[in-house]
Design a protein around this ligand. Sequence first.
Ligand code: PML
Length: 261
Amino acid sequence: MPKLTFYSVRMRASRGSMHISGAEGIYDKDDVVTIVQEYTKRTFLHEKGRAEEIRIIVEELKEKPVRIHSLPLYTLNTRNAEAAKRASSKILSSVGITERAIEEAFKCLTLGITMRGAMLLDIEGVRLEPDLLRGVRVTRMGITKEASADLSMKLGKLGINNSTVKEALILVSKVHRHPMILGELCISDNPGYTTGYVATRAHGYIRLPRIKKKGIPYGGRAFFITGGEVKGLITYLQTTPVLINKIEPCRGVVTLNDIIG
Ligand code: PML
């Protein structure tokens, strides 16, 4: 059998200092040209407007990707930003993250600045990423064709089969495989996208509709971390190639009680 060559394809589009969109995946050699076209097209249609600069990196992977399962997916019926914040606090504090850290994450994500990457906070809310303006961008993750078809089918049944949900679940599944990651909070920076999420290894990926009001053009990701060496975690997040090869259940609307009992 011929050896499979994988490529990491990463795209970032911007206008001046404004981040417009980003996307990435791991692809077989034969699919690279198509995906470069798709990423480019996507930036031209973006709701944040036209990009002035589109940077695409295509890089052959030197390491074999680690194959992992996705996190299970759920949606809570949060009616507004306050309800989404309350639900996030309950879920994140149930794994040992302090109220202070959760408050700090919400404060930073609603401040009006969007970082390129994620913030790292310890469970007391102290920021640990080396570059406080850029954060840590998670890269080198993807999904096999079979798992992608299964995910599309499962999300399709829930009426949410779009690249935003798929790419967020792929990213989350890579992030939460690392033992130093305790939890995550995400608010989209797309003005029209008002669903965010919290995630933990124990509870899964929990979508939070209406976590922000329509029209707000900022947001971001916060990872809550514990123990271990931050440098090693950053190396994993940025360089270890990971492919999702199995999709765990994707459920529709559940209650907070279903999640934390
Ligand atoms: C993003 O804009 O990339 C973050 C999306 C978060 C929510 C995705 C979902 O609807 O599950």
